[in-house]
Design a protein around this ligand. Structure first.
Ligand code: FES
Length: 291
């Protein structure tokens, strides 16, 4: 998988534009939030990721199952992100207390009876190549899911992650801001395919953009978007004139006040690229990059 990753810390070192307004930051979203790509969590791996102003510790058991836990050991508070996976257990780095898949302490480093203090676990799921953790401000259990999306083409997704100023809510709202596709992204003209449809934590919309390019002339770009909570957008992009299909998955995650990590997975394919003559193929390539 081609990766362009940056888990930088630059934005935590100074005020963001939103901080500078002095206004209260938006609340952290409830629900699922992406905290890693699946392939970052190989068996036995332990990762620490920021989520809503706190650390979340992620690890993959020997069986391949994932766990997400609160960062501090219930014994004396060591950071479990420095721990190790031993088979099906997470072992704290300080006094070697070990915690089983259900979070219960199963042994101590002193060979004494394990105490009854379990790890604080978060619901975690893995779908579409990403790892999602459920967090709710009042501790509510998950009441919606992130569905599995279809894929296009046979190549692995290209993925990237960026840490930046902003809020997950703004990313999701962007998908229904028709105007910015012309002003910011340079689309010639775009229209909605109908009203936005909402169903619980989900929404769906479609739009059509009218574009033109050298050699190709005028063409349309059809876009279908599905949104899930403030966690995930999935867009299907189809350009019938040139047989281009693209799936893009956008995963904004609040990590601190006015700060987020933005993950993206992209897949792109052409229906029948072999039929295109060379000049047209080059034009297609330029247009695809632009789209
Ligand atoms: S602090 Fe974790 S075992 Fe003591």
């Amino acid at each position: 998988m081609g990766l362009s990753r940056k888990y930088g810390t630059a934005i935590t070192e100074g005020p963001t534009p939103a901080d500078a307004t002095g206004q209260a930051p938006l609340p952290y979203p409830d629900g699922w939030a992406a905290v890693a790509f699946s392939e970052e969590l190989t068996r036995g791996k332990v990762l620490t990721r920021p989520l809503a102003g706190e650390d979340v510790v992620l690890y993959r058991l020997g069986t391949g199952a994932l766990r997400a836990v609160k960062p501090y050991c219930p014994h004396l508070g060591a950071h479990l992100g420095l721990g190790k996976v031993d088979g099906e257990d997470l072992v704290c780095p300080f006094h070697f207390f070990a915690f089983g898949p259900d979070g219960a302490c199963v042994r101590t480093g002193y060979d004494t009876a394990p105490p009854r203090s379990p790890l604080g676990q978060y619901p975690v799921c893995e779908v579409n190549g990403a790892v999602f953790v459920w967090r709710h401000h009042d501790g509510r259990e998950p009441d919606w899911t992130v569905p599995e999306w279809h894929e296009v083409g046979h190549r692995p997704a290209r993925s990237g992650v960026w840490e930046m100023a902003g809020n997950a809510q703004e990313v999701i709202e962007n998908s229904v801001d028709l105007g910015h596709f012309a002003t910011l992204h340079g689309w010639k003209r775009a229209e909605m395919g109908g009203p936005v449809r909402y169903d619980g934590a989900e929404f769906r919309l479609s739009m059509r953009a009218h574009e033109s390019a050298p050699v190709l002339g005028d063409f349309t770009v059809d876009v279908r978007v599905e949104g899930y909570g403030l966690a995930a957008l999935h867009a299907d992009v189809h350009t019938p004139r040139i047989g281009l299909r693209m799936c893009t998955t956008v995963l904004p995650t609040a990590i601190g006040p006015n700060r987020m990590q933005l993950r993206q997975l992209n897949r792109l394919t052409f229906d029948e690229p072999a039929r295109l003559p060379a000049p047209l193929a080059r034009a297609v390539s330029r247009v695809a990059t632009r789209v």
